[in-house]
Ligand binder design. Structure first.
Ligand SMILES: *Cc1c(COP(=O)(O)O)cnc(C)c1O
Length: 348
């Protein structure tokens, strides 16, 4: 095999990742701060994120599936991994073999774990109002977990990014669960939940998006640093004359003669068409607005204001998550997890 350099680059900032984790850890008071690294670390690369955060002192990691847990092996010393989807019938082989805990989500999963004879501790998700995954409070209060060795008892907030009564209601429900159900640790808050205050932190918090540069609530503004910087290469510079149009559907027409940089990134890379009209790039501090429609593997930018830009140069895509989310209509989560495999991921 010959080695071919990736056509696109994701520059990932280790210092920013760790600074974000430390800020989130600080907001949780005495609680430990874990990390959600499902969906391949929100697209950054789960193993790399785990290694960096483990070196900074993070001990508890959350993935969605057993395949994601397997991809983290071998684990660094002292690291705990929880699998949020729990154990379906097809998962028991992986659950027995891998040093990770299932987060049991239903009475059926609890029974499956009991039947397997695994004496090892498990985690349990209890639903306090989201109606996504988790045992119902009544089931738990009715004894469904009796005798189980529970490491982390979890619940998940449905509306932590908003100011609404559901947060306090879920907090109250989780507090009363803690009075009744014995577990080694209790965990409720994701990134937005951490911003609601230390009351929500319990023993362990589980931030995801804010680690990677997302701002889940206004309390985090000015504290969370950008981690992910996509870069695209100029394939062609062209002079477009006044009156000519650019791209599919001819949605952009030059009002004056314009220098256009056609770059090698498109919606197949997760840079979706909804960036049209507001997206842009920068080169040596100069800005290049996106023009026309985004194609599958190509995007055009107005390079009129760039002095000295050449073909093969790299442009930095504007990718501040809160800004791009507000302008594109995508969530900060979609902006990260959509970034495709043509990006080479490199940490600085
Ligand atoms: C994804 C997830 C998290 C992290 O959520 P963010 O909003 O990204 O901070 C925490 N807990 C559970 C159960 C999750 O599924």
């Amino acid at each position: 095999m010959i080695a071919i350099a990736p056509p696109l680059r994701l520059r990932l900032d280790s210092d920013a990742l760790i600074a974000n984790w430390r800020w989130l850890a600080g907001q949780g008071g005495a609680a430990a701060c874990g990390a959600a690294i499902k969906a391949d670390g929100y697209g950054l690369g789960a193993r790399w994120v785990m290694e960096r955060l483990a070196a900074a002192g993070c001990r508890d990691f959350f993935v969605a599936t057993w395949a994601e847990a397997a991809a983290l092996m071998p684990l660094p010393q002292g690291i705990s991994v929880s699998v949020l989807h729990g154990v379906g019938a097809a998962d028991m082989v992986a659950a027995r073999l891998l040093p990770a805990r299932p987060v049991l989500n239903s009475v059926e999963q609890v029974q499956r774990w009991r039947d397997s004879g695994e004496g090892r501790p498990c985690d349990v998700m209890v639903d306090t109002g989201m109606n996504r995954l988790g045992l119902r409070v009544e089931e738990v209060m009715g004894g469904a977990l009796d005798g189980l060795a529970i490491d982390i008892l979890l619940s998940h907030l449905a509306s932590a990014d908003e100011d609404c009564g559901q947060n306090a209601a879920q907090l109250a429900s989780f507090r009363s669960l803690r009075e009744t159900i014995r577990a080694r640790r209790y965990s409720l808050a994701n990134s937005a939940g951490i911003c609601l205050g230390a009351d929500y932190a319990f023993d362990l918090t589980r931030p995801g998006i804010a680690l990677y540069g997302g701002t889940p609530r206004r309390e985090a503004q000015g504290h969370i640093r950008q981690v992910v910087y996509p870069e695209t290469r100029v394939l062609q510079l062209r002079e477009v004359r006044a009156g000519e149009s650019v791209g599919y559907g001819a949605t952009w027409t030059a009002s004056t003669d314009t220098r256009v940089a056609v770059t090698n990134m498109g919606y197949a890379d997760g840079y979706l068409r909804c960036h049209a009209g507001s997206g842009g790039a920068t080169w040596r501090g100069q800005s290049l607005p996106l023009i026309g429609r985004v194609s599958m593997d190509l995007t055009a930018f107005d390079a009129s204001s760039t002095e000295g830009l050449r073909e093969d140069d790299w442009l930095a895509i504007e990718y501040d998550l809160p800004t791009r989310a507000a302008a594109s209509g995508l969530s900060q989560y979609e902006l990260l997890t959509g970034l495709g495999s043509r990006f080479g991921r490199g940490w600085t």
